[in-house]
Design a protein. Structure first.
Length: 147
């Protein structure tokens, strides 16, 4: 639900950048705090000019993994897609070219190897883990399984 747009890594590197100190919480019980640097999603959305009715961002990874977040959550939290972690370019084995920094969400929303973002009017879209019973909102203060 936006004008289709494609960007090279060089074009993306010219966009506004932001750093955030954020903790990733995995459902397996571990967490890690890191300094993430990347592109605010609001900058990409301004470039793409979302059409009226877009409510959801669907994130697609190189390996076929998907997840989603509401457009309002992304904008309210000023989320970024990171290509740098603790001052180091995101390594290929852990997410290059981009990882979504989905602060306040369980780790399965922190999609790695991000290659495409789709704007949708489907607030019920379920990604890989959500189709397997994980909560679609993934709030840290709630269980990560839907019962």
């Amino acid at each position: 639900m936006a004008q289709s747009a494609s960007y090279t890594l060089d074009e993306l590197s010219a966009l506004e950048r932001m750093s955030k100190l954020v903790t990733l919480h995995c459902v397996e019980g571990w967490s890690v705090q890191a300094l993430w640097e990347g592109i605010p999603l609001r900058s990409l959305l301004e470039e793409a000019s979302p059409l009226e009715g877009a409510t959801t961002l669907i994130f697609h990874a190189e390996d076929g993994y998907t997840t989603s977040l509401s457009l309002s959550f992304v904008l309210d939290r000023d989320l970024i897609i990171a290509d740098v972690i603790n001052g180091i370019t995101l390594p290929a084995e852990t997410g290059f070219p981009f990882q979504l920094v989905a602060e306040s969400k369980w780790g399965y929303k922190w999609i790695r190897w991000l290659t495409r973002i789709e704007l949708s009017n489907d607030p019920e879209y379920e990604g890989f883990w959500e189709r397997r019973g994980y909560s679609n909102d993934a709030d840290l203060d709630k269980p990560y399984f839907d019962f």
